[in-house]
Design a binder for this molecule. Structure first.
Ligand SMILES: [Zn+2]
Length: 192
């Protein structure tokens, strides 16, 4: 995969971090891209979301190969819970347990105030991935434990795997381009 330039990550500030985390697996044209497939692409994703993760604007990131597996596992668990809300079904016990266990870790973070402003401070030895997974799982708990879960949708457009929040009444697609693509697909299906 060679499309890991920062420009392929589309930031949606109005989406909860949990939803943005699942969007790290997304289509770019006809190709499914996994932003967590290499150490470089993981680091790039974290840099893009640094501010949302409560991290200071600069400073070292510690990411290695073992993190990729952990991030994909966390993303599958988050997706399973979001799928279950959208489909009005129940997630597996393992996914629910993973989210709760990781979300709990958020309680060891404190708010620090530096000349750059506030950011989260973690106990020594907390890896970048620990912070990321804790933040994402805590976001999942907050979203699913609140009425915000009722806004969650899975985009039904062809070649889209994204979740989104229906912030406008009747919103059916994650983006205008997905709506356009779905309309074109419907039109060509009708005219065949
Ligand atoms: Zn979409």
């Amino acid at each position: 995969m060679d499309t890991h330039a920062r420009t392929t990550i589309e930031i949606r500030p109005s989406e909860p971090l949990a939803v943005e985390f699942t969007s790290s697996w997304h289509y770019e044209g006809n190709t499914l891209i996994d932003e967590f497939s290499t150490v470089e692409s993981i680091a790039n994703w974290i840099v893009v979301y640094r501010d949302r993760l409560g991290m200071p604007p600069s400073g070292p990131l510690s990411v290695d190969h073992s993190d990729a597996e952990r991030l994909v596992e966390a993303r599958e668990a988050v997706r399973e819970l979001l799928d279950s809300v959208v489909d009005a079904s129940r997630p597996g016990v393992a996914a629910l347990r993973l989210i709760n266990k990781e979300a709990h870790r958020i309680h060891v973070a404190t708010l620090a105030w530096t000349p750059n402003g506030p950011h989260l401070r973690w106990p020594p030895g907390t890896s970048t991935t620990d912070q990321l997974v804790a933040q994402v799982c805590a976001s999942t708990v907050r979203v699913l434990g609140s009425p915000r879960r009722n806004l969650l949708r899975r985009c039904p457009a062809p070649r889209c795997v994204l979740f989104f929040s229906a912030l406008r009444t009747g919103q059916m697609w994650c983006s205008q381009s997905c709506g356009n693509r779905a309309r074109v697909a419907r039109h060509s299906a009708r005219s065949q």
